[in-house]
Design a protein around this ligand. Sequence first.
Ligand code: GAL
Length: 392
Amino acid sequence: MNEHSHLLSKNDCDVYHRQRRYYSYLPSCITITILCICFSVVLTNKHFQGIRSTTSIPINSSSSILDYDNDKKYIHPGSIFLDTQNKPINAHGGGFIFYNNTYYWYGEIKVGSTYLPPSNADWGGTRVDLTGISCYSSTDLLNWRYNGNVLPTVLNDTEHDLNIDKVAERPKVVYNERTNKFVMWLHIDSMDYKRARSGVAISDRPEGPFTYINSFRSNANQMARDLTVFVDDNTRAYLFYSSEDNAALHVTELSDDYLSTKGNYSRIFIDRYMEAPTIFKKDGAYYFIGSGCTAWQPNAARSAVSYTSIFGPWKELGNPAQGLDANTTFHSQSTYVLPVVGDGDSSGSERFIFIADRWNEKNLSDSRYIWLPISFEEDRLAIHWHDKWSPT
Ligand code: GAL
């Protein structure tokens, strides 16, 4: 080996310097690239979060830290709502009551892996095992305290309506002034959705726990799936449920204790295949918002009004969602219309919140909530998208 053998030729030298230059640029290139990636991730996630949505309404794909909404001044539709312990609120297909100056939110607890039972393969009916019904409470609609699983699964009886293999959806709670009890109605079903029944549970307190009573098909064994309950000013209560294999909705009056149905009912929206019913009252008129029938996939919402009676005639008013992504109701499906009141009487309320689920059929536990104000525009209902808004 000669003594200069470690020295570089001119050519080698050029290559060496080029490489040195290249390697000296490399850290800054990498830094810039990382910064660019971070920046675009932040923008994308902000977009998903709903902070900026000028060209498209954000849809959750999988959750990211930026989806979490711990801004307690505004509602951010589509974000992950956090409870007062900073845990994601798990209350899907929800129902609400206002009692003793407090709002209560009841909903399906969706946890665990999402799977598609073979029986539901042809219509995409994914599910998670049944866990129960959650209850949250709030005095300002922004800070929600978790009160626990108020109607948990029954594990030791595989035939029970609340066994993990069953379906318990869309809990709606009403307060009965006569009995001083809180009554929960739910859609109870088998895994393949063929049992199609309504279930009832009862509690002495709004924060539960609730005691399950039974399930049944009312009005001469009519099928009953998605449901809601509405209490009128005169304390009469009405159950709305999707019936006739979802082809029509039925409206039926509840017994005085709200635990069963009286037997009088009317068929409404015949052959319109509506689900996810919600009812509210303003200035003496009854309003309806619901969805079409496309399993977990969103579709264009439906709305209707009845000026004379809750049994009808109901006049359809079209899709209340307006603007971009109205045809999927901003990627969501109705579950409740919440009167912002103070006295619990929906007829006196001027402000109503459209509450909907943005289902994630592949990961149901990552389903989100869409809360938006409802406006009344020339005798019809309108729901516009807001990235954020204040409910108070
Ligand atoms: C929807 C219904 C939901 C749930 C789902 C199952 O149409 O509104 O509550 O039952 O189907 O796929």
